[in-house]
Design a binder for this molecule. Sequence first.
Ligand code: 13P
Length: 252
Amino acid sequence: MRKKIVAGNWKMNKTLADGIELAKTVNRQVEENSVIVVLCTPFIHLSEVNKVITKDSLFLGAQNCSSEASGAFTGEVSAQMIRSTGADYVIIGHSERRSYYHEVDSLLNKKVKLALENDLIPIFCCGEILKERQAGNHIQVVKTQIKNGLFDLPVEDFIKVVIAYEPVWAIGTGVNATAEQAQEMHKIIRDLIADRYGNQIADNTSILYGGSCKPSNAKELFTNPDVDGGLIGGASLTSSDFMGIVNAFTEI
Ligand code: 13P
């Protein structure tokens, strides 16, 4: 069965104390039900936030991992180190990593493999920039990102991966993709997975939407048949907004 997931990506926000406070509130408010909630915190928060998580449906994630397993890579954090904090998830290929840190598909493919080797579930991000959509290239761009990042995985690894479609023009802009735009791309992604891995695997893959998702539009987005949840930026920084999104999902 395809999992429903709402993941918060705190990005580079929150002091350690503020992060622990937010995690405590979310932990208190999360209800044990069919929605998986993930807090993707900065590295330095991981082990402390892990200590406050008591609910079975609340999980911990990182926002990135190194493309190398270990060794002399100053400033990097490995998948194994992330796993050792108690985290279960790691975001890979966020558009901010792709654009500001020039992370290309081949590097992201290495990160995905290291995450999987270390029992972390990759939340693999894809999405086009505005120019690409305006030029009508958005479908090709997203397909290429997914093929290059994921499609050399054997099926037993691919089934562990979560995909997040985040159109870059919708991230932090207040302009979300419409429900139709999200559904269209999610269906295209699912069909692409079906071509590579078969219908059953495609059916069981969780595909999240990200980009200006908020309590007021979450239900409309999540109601779509191929939208299995959200990757939430700004609105994950306050418990009321974040839980508003989680709860919108449980109403569907
Ligand atoms: P916003 O929700 O702030 O648009 O960010 C989305 C995002 O980038 C989540 O990874």
